[in-house]
Design a protein around this ligand. Structure first.
Ligand code: GAL
Length: 384
């Protein structure tokens, strides 16, 4: 009898293990204190479940970090928004507590954020004047693939949510681009000759607003916030000023690195210089990162090539940028955050976090199998 039970149990274990493998999802790991970053590995939350916050961004608020990202489910359906935006909190950046779904997709099929839409790259910023947390994201309407190209916005009184969806739209309808001093004439749009200059898509979309896909948001030292997004069929990046309450666009924006198809924008500022990191456009497949810098948020930006160095730097070590996180209270310590997508089994996407290193020629990102925050000074030497 005992032997029979043992055999049956054995079979059950084999079947279960095979099931997990066939499913392709990482089994929950044992929860324990995490003391280092291991780029690309399963990253268990406080429940031992791999963190589910892809295309994410982080806000520091009252002593804690809050990580927001796309909640993915298993399989290719996971590339659609079936659940919403997931939030996690942490005091040390290694150990993350599941705070639940901050913004839920809507069961109402008429909603702009209906379950099954595409809701990507959510980022949260805090508005001191209104005391609201403001979440921006890239939204594609259900059943319309990537054609809508809208920016979506939601707000909350609490950092972890629930966030209330406000609206989605294509930004800056009817506005011409702002050109900071020093912009090359070839980068300027002339809608009287839209077919013969770089402004073809721009002029086409003037009336209804500019396309808004991969995105981030950034709050400058003076409290002004900006929405940075891939526009014009992803050919251009727009850096657009947000209104004082951060929930709309003012109409002032610049076109950055026009014609070079930059996605996955991430921006940070150090010693008066804006560092912009992005990727090329190859869908879920990784490509080489690129970085640009400027002394004015609107540019003009100087292109510097690939910040990644060493093996697999031509494919950003298998990842795609999503955010650069300034470590709170630490001068010159910035973490490059990237997604290692798994489009066949979206929930199994991994996170690649690496320190941004400074050299006299600018920034560098090097692969590390494992690293710790308190060794930051050995990874990075800000000399600017
Ligand atoms: C990537 C983009 C992702 C997602 C994907 C869809 O280029 O960065 O956020 O939109 O394309 O193929």
């Amino acid at each position: 009898m005992l032997i029979k039970i043992k055999v049956l149990l054995g079979i059950a274990v084999i079947v279960l293990t095979a099931g997990i493998k066939a499913y392709g999802q990482a089994a929950p790991a044992k929860a324990g204190k995490i003391t280092s970053f291991i780029p690309g590995a399963i990253w268990p939350d406080n429940n031992g479940v791999h963190i589910n916050a892809h295309g994410g961004g982080i806000i520091y608020d009252k002593g804690k970090y809050y990580w927001f990202g796309e909640h993915k489910i298993e399989g290719t359906t996971g590339n659609l928004a079936m659940v919403g935006v997931h939030c996690y909190s942490s005091a040390d950046l290694y150990n993350w507590k599941d705070e639940g779904i901050a913004l839920k997709v809507d069961d109402d099929t008429d909603s702009e954020i209906a379950k099954g839409c595409i809701l990507e790259r959510p980022k949260v910023i805090y508005n001191k004047k209104t005391a609201k947390y403001v979440m921006w994201f890239h939204l594609e309407l259900k059943g319309q693939s990537y054609n809508a190209a809208r920016a979506g916005v939601a707000i909350s009184d609490n950092v972890t949510g629930p966030y209330q969806f406000i609206r989605s739209y294509r930004p800056n309808a009817g506005f011409m681009s702002y050109y900071p001093p020093g912009t090359a004439d070839s980068d300027k749009v002339d809608c009287s000759k839209p077919k013969t200059n770089a402004g073809n898509f721009f002029c086409r979309d003037m009336g209804g607003g500019q396309m808004a896909r991969d995105m981030t948001v950034f709050v400058d030292d003076n409290g002004k916030a900006y929405h940075i997004f891939s526009s014009e069929e992803n050919k251009t990046l727009d850096i657009a000023e947000l209104t004082d309450d951060y929930t709309g666009h003012t109409g002032k924006f610049a076109r950055v690195y026009a014609g070079h198809s930059t996605e996955a924008p991430a921006i940070f500022k150090f010693h008066g210089i804006y560092y912009l990191i992005g990727s090329g456009t190859t869908g879920w497949a990784p490509n080489a990162a690129r970085w640009l810098s400027a002394t004015n948020i609107y540019g003009p930006y100087t292109y510097h090539g690939n910040p990644c160095v060493g093996p697999r730097s031509n494919i950003t070590f298998g990842g795609q940028s999503t955010y650069v996180l300034p470590v709170h209270g630490r001068q010159g310590e910035f973490i490059f955050m990237a997604d290692k997508w798994n489009s066949d089994n979206a929930i199994d996407g991994r996170y690649i976090w690496l320190p941004v290193q400074f050299s006299k020629n600018g920034i560098k990102i090097k692969w590390l199998d494992k690293w710790v925050l308190n060794k930051f000074s050995s990874y990075t030497r800000p000399t600017l």
